[in-house]
Write a protein that binds this ligand. Structure first.
Ligand code: GLU
Length: 433
């Protein structure tokens, strides 16, 4: 099935879980319970290509833990997807939902492919095929998928439609991140970026960073990275570098990110552009690689692309004082201690990118109510949810002298631990409590 080295994704996630479990006093029973997934479904998607040929794609869905509610998490389309990566991401979803106190467990799905090689029609067939394979494994009360890397609202729409066709009923709450007209929520598209922005604002407040004097580098210009960069620039932060999978751009005085965004939408290329009304001009900028972006001397580094980008190979070269993990798992657990030792503040993924799943929860709640909320209401609730979570994590970090990641894990694990204790532990059944 999968090469040995790729097991590292999940092993890495477990190593961190066990380390933090020990330092924060979580019981061995809870850590043991969280050390393996509840269920994984692995399938082969047989898809008809436009030229009449057939291709086969490995597909996965992992339901990691449902102690706090139905499992929840995105579906990614990427060549790097394998069972171990999906499982690690599903474990992180379990912790993420617990940190922000939404009534879900964690899950994740994926298909191993490069979606850029597929036509729109092939992509639609593949998306529908995924649901045909998974229809009995997911459901509005059991496991609720959503977008992740390389998947979007249109794909969620196809998937919801396929599920409803198979089940012969309307079931919009089976999947979130849908187009608004098909039961999606206002504000879901921007939610991960807005969540990251809320968290960065909180961090800036705690560290007395003034937006205009604060430099930021954002790796990744997909949904999460581009919204984060735009909201930060709009607030006055100096976004000095951004990148996409092809490379990055740097400018000491910062970019007009809205113009860069529009240019990228039109030309599909990242360029240092400034626009006034309809007149755009190319401004002086340097091109940099994704690796160089990570090593820039900025106040806040925002890895918002893929996992595993900060490793033993480059951790010593990271100069940013603060790292906000908008991607899932950008920092490998083996460098947690090194970064903490150097005084780098890391806002962990399970808090920094929880805005997406939080608004997914709002979408699911609206679908079940049959009643849509306004954008203002969604934004206000997102702000409240993340502010509460951030403040609680910050308090644990201060009171127990822990890095923010350990504090976020402690909050999540204590919550999940309570469900396990309520159901009965070894101590209880031995009549000792
Ligand atoms: N894929 C996103 C994440 O990693 C969102 C998941 C969801 O909305 O369920 O958090």
């Amino acid at each position: 099935m999968t090469a040995h080295t790729e097991q590292n994704h999940f092993e890495n996630a477990l190593a961190r879980l066990r380390r933090i479990g020990t330092t924060t006093g979580i019981s061995a029973e809870v850590i043991d319970e969280l050390s393996r997934p509840m269920a994984i479904l692995e399938a082969t998607l047989r898809v008809r290509m436009d030229d009449g040929s057939t291709r086969h794609f490995p597909a996965y869905r992992c339901r990691y833990n449902d102690a706090l509610g139905p499992t929840k998490g995105g579906i990614r389309f990427h060549p790097g997807v394998d069972a171990y990566e999906v499982t690690a991401l599903a474990l992180w979803m379990t912790l993420k939902c617990a940190v922000v106190e939404i009534p879900y467990g964690g899950g994740k799905g994926g298909v191993t492919l490069d979606p850029k090689e597929l036509s729109h029609l092939e992509l639609e067939r593949l998306s529908r095929q995924y649901i045909r394979a998974m229809a009995d494994f997911i459901g509005p009360d059991t496991d609720i998928p959503a977008p992740d890397v390389n998947t979007n609202a249109r794909i969620m729409g196809w998937m919801a439609d396929e599920y409803e066709t198979i089940k012969r009923t309307k079931a919009p709450a089976v999947i979130t991140g849908k187009p608004i007209i098909l039961g999606g929520s206002q504000g879901r598209d921007e939610a991960t970026g807005r969540g990251a922005f809320i968290v960065i604002q909180k961090l800036a407040e705690k560290k007395s960073l003034k937006p205009k004097q604060t430099t930021v580098a954002v790796q990744g210009f997909g949904n999460a990275g581009s919204y984060t960069a735009r909201l930060l620039a709009d607030e006055g932060y100096k976004v000095v570098a951004v990148s996409d999978s092809k490379g990055g751009i740097y400018r000491k005085d910062g970019f007009d990110i809205e113009s860069v965004y529009r240019e990228k939408q039109d030309s599909r290329e990242l360029k240092g552009v400034y626009c006034r009304d309809s007149v755009c001009e190319l401004i002086d900028h340097d091109t940099i690689s994704n690796e160089e972006l990570l090593e820039l001397d900025v106040d806040i580094l925002v890895p918002a692309a893929l996992g595993g980008v900060i490793t033993e190979g480059n951790a010593a070269k990271i100069k940013a004082g603060n790292i906000v993990e908008v991607a899932n798992g950008p920092i490998l657990s083996e460098v947690d201690d090194e970064l903490a030792g150097r005084g780098v503040t890391v806002v962990p993924d399970i808090l920094a990118n929880a805005g997406g799943v939080t608004v997914s929860y709002f979408e699911w709640a609206q679908n079940r109510q049959g009643y849509s909320w306004t954008l203002e209401s969604v934004r206000a609730r997102l702000q409240a949810t993340l502010t509460t979570a951030f403040d609680a994590v910050w308090k644990i970090a201060e009171e127990e002298t822990l890095p923010l990641r350990d504090a976020a894990y402690a909050r999540a694990l204590r919550r999940i631990g309570e469900t396990i204790e309520t159901r009965g532990t070894k101590k209880y059944f031995n009549g000792k409590s």
